[in-house]
Every structure is written in structure tokens, then in C-alpha cells.
Design a protein around this ligand. Sequence first.
Ligand SMILES: Cc1cc2nc3c(=O)[nH]c(=O)nc-3n(C[C@H](O)[C@H](O)[C@H](O)COP(=O)(O)OP(=O)(O)OC[C@H]3O[C@@H](n4cnc5c(N)ncnc54)[C@H](O)[C@@H]3O)c2cc1C
Length: 449
Amino acid sequence: MQHPVTIIGGGLAGSEAALQLAARGIAVELWEQRPAVMTDAHATDGLAELVCSNSLKSTDPERAAGLLKAELTQLGCRLLPLAYAHQVPGGAALCVDRERFSRAVTELIETEPLITLKRMECTCLPELAAEPDRIVILASGPLTSGALWEQITALVGDGGGYFYDATAPIIGVKGLNRSVVFAQSRYGKGGGEDYLNCPFNQEEYLAFRAALIAAEQVPLAAGDDYQLFEGCLPIEELARRGEDTMRFGPLKPRGLTDPRTGAMPFAAVQLRWEDALLSALSLVGFQTRLRFSEQDRVFRLIPGLEGAHFTRHGRMHRNSYLDAPRAIEPTLRLKAAPNVLVAGQLTGLEGYMAAVATGLWAGINAALITGGQQPQVPPQRSCLGAMLAFMTNPAHTAYAPTAFSFGMCTWLPARARRKVKVRMIRESATGAWAEMRASLAAAGSRIVR
Ligand SMILES: Cc1cc2nc3c(=O)[nH]c(=O)nc-3n(C[C@H](O)[C@H](O)[C@H](O)COP(=O)(O)OP(=O)(O)OC[C@H]3O[C@@H](n4cnc5c(N)ncnc54)[C@H](O)[C@@H]3O)c2cc1C
């Protein structure tokens, strides 16, 4: 009798993979260690929990994040419709009520007859990998439990890599000083007033920066060199890099008008709604390693947040990932164990939607393998194809986590203007989606919507 596909990890990647397999009539066992074994970042026992920001980024198909969403919709993504169903105001970005989204995914999986959810920590990867007729999807994420991480690195024969990433604080809406904080989306995008903004004048900004730089941080473990992900630096690190770095990053004032002055502020902190009840907000771009007491003190220097109540503080976490160019094939199979596929942030592809995308593709390929077919590589001109080609390119000798961007579309003419490039990428991707649907249908794995 054929084993059900075993998926290790009920995060974004594992949940999407499980639902893809079930949609193709294939039985799945989904192993999730929480709540018995928690990670440092997860706060609940819910599946597909978003650990930091509640933003799944842009929906604009002229942007990489938006085009990827359009592609995932074409491929019958299961989590994306749930995200739209639990959307909260977020301008041009798809922001979700994290609790309702996670609850919806959990309920869908728990009620899917072909998925058996087992609440247990996997510590038996060598045994699973040694059974050639058992298909495994490894989707245990950047905070994979210690015992499993040791087994993964032993199987792959490489220690993998790590970097530090932090979460941003969340505050209650009640403590805000609404005579200072104003509602406006940058350039009036989305609902026009989807974000709240805390405006700084120059003096306030400089005082805030000085306090941020001087604030006490949580010490690191002995021997750790503090490798950061350049795409998501802690706010205190940005402050340290230069006087204007924050003002050209998360605190940029462009597209905002302070109603008190009728002018653009010197800098502004944006607050994004966290939940459908509009009771809590996160500080956009405020990932931090400051001590909790220091977050209370320093972040209350932000104009309008003097009386803020922190419902969650920011925290720093060590994220693990595999050296994908050497460990993983473009089909997402592990080179050291072809019956094991890898999905999610373990691949080194950074971001919530990349986790969903690789989960979707791992689910499709696991279904093909189960049906006796060869796993497929997505066409390079699709978003997924560009991501997997980038991730497994052996020329990347020092592979570092990377978020999906149009820069991964290496087939583009280098000299074309951005507008022309974006048009070419969109047109090529649309062609690639038709190709993907046709080749999957030919392999007996049509897209299930
Ligand atoms: C602190 C932090 C902040 C981040 N912030 C953002 C952000 O703001 N925006 C963004 O786009 N991306 C962010 N990321 C990156 C990434 O997009 C997320 O981590 C994303 O959730 C990855 O999806 P995943 O499915 O690979 O892993 P996860 O969603 O983490 O899911 C993995 C699951 O596997 C389980 N698990 C682990 N070990 C075992 C085991 N041995 N047995 C069984 N289950 C196990 C875990 O409990 C977890 O539920 C952040 C990552 C971290 C760590």
C-alpha cells in the first residue's frame, strides 16, 4: 500500500503543499510540532501563522510581489484566496488579519478528509528518507527544531547557513495621540487612509535616532557572528548606518502630508492595521533586537506614541536555511535523498509568498512523483521558474537568502528601461503560465481551482 505523503511543518509552505496534494486526491500526513514544541517566534498552535509582519506585499502585477500573486492564482494556490478573505486595510499591499487567516487555514486542513494532521515533532528524518517509496516534503521553516536541523544537515552533508531576522512590535490603538497621528496611505493608494502616520520634525527625528543608537540590545549567544538579512534590517542597525538611512527607508515621508502643517513631514513612522477589528497596529519596518524595556522607552519617543501600549515586542531570531545551489535540485528535490522535497524558507527563498509558492510547487511535484511521473521544473520565464533557477544556480558560491525580485529574471536585456523590462516580464510570464498548465495537464496533474 502506498504511504501518504509526509509533510514536515504546518507553516505557509507545508499547509499549501498539503492542500495541493489533497486537491489532487492524494493522502497526506502533515506533522506540526506546535503546541507541544514551540519555536521562538510562533505565538499560537495555528497553521500558517505569520510570525512578523501581516503584509503579503503588493498586489500590483507591475511589481514582483504582485506578479507572483497573479501566477499563484493561475496555478490554483489554496492559501491566497484565504488571505484575500481575511484582508485588512493596507494600501497597495495585501495585509491580513493574522489570527483569522491562520484559523481559516487550520480549519480547512482539519476538515479535509485526505489530510491527517499530526501534532508531533519530527525527529526521524533519516528513517523517512531511507524509505524510497515514501515521499517527504520538508517544510519546517527557518526555525526548524534543533534535533531535526541536525538530521537535515547530516543528510545533506553541509551545515547550511543562518542569518538573523527580527519581528516588529505591535501596539494597541487606544494609546495613540490622535491629535498628532494622522490617517493616510502613501500617495493616497488603496483606501487613501489605510495607514496611520507618526510625523517627525527634524529635531524629533535626530533625538529619536540618537536614543535608538544608544539603546541597550539583547545580547547574542556566545560565538554567534551577527549575520543580518540586508532586505530586512533591524531599525537600530539602519539608524547606525547613517543619519538619513531611516528617512530613505521605512521612515520615508514621501507621499504623506501632515494635516497640522499642510506639508510633508521630515520623516514618518507608518502604522499598519493588524486585525479586522482595527484594535492593534504594527510599526512598519521596526524589526528590532532592543531589550523590551528599551523598546517601551525609545519607541514612545515617536510623536504620537508617547502613551502607546505594546501588545507584542520585537524580537530577534536566528533563521536557518540550506545551501540550495548545492543541496537542492530545481524540482525542489534534495540531491542527497530524491524522495525528499524541500519547500519554504529552508530553501533560502525569503518571504511569506515565496514560502507559499515553493509549497505549491513541492505539492505539485510530490503528486507527480506519487503518480509515477517525473517532477517538473517551472519554465524559467515564470516567477517560480526564475526563483528556482536563481536558488539552484551553482554560480552562487556564497548563497544568501533572497526575496523574489525582477532582478532574478536574468534573461532580460540588461540595457532596457524599467518600464520596458516590466512589460517584457509580464508578457513572458503570461506565456509561461499557459505552458505550465499545458505541461502539468500532459503529466496528468491539472491545475485544481
Ligand atoms: C522572526 C522572523 C520574522 C519574519 N518576518 C517576515 C516578514 O515580516 N515578512 C515575510 O515575508 N517573511 C518573514 N519571515 C520569513 C518567512 O517568510 C517566514 O518565516 C515564513 O513563515 C516561512 O514559511 P515556512 O513555511 O518555510 O516556515 P514556517 O511558517 O515557520 O513553518 C514551519 C513550521 O514547521 C514547524 N516545525 C519546525 N520544526 C519541526 C519539526 N521538527 N517537526 C514538526 N514541525 C516542525 C514549525 O513549528 C512551523 O509551524 C520571517 C521569519 C522569521 C523567523
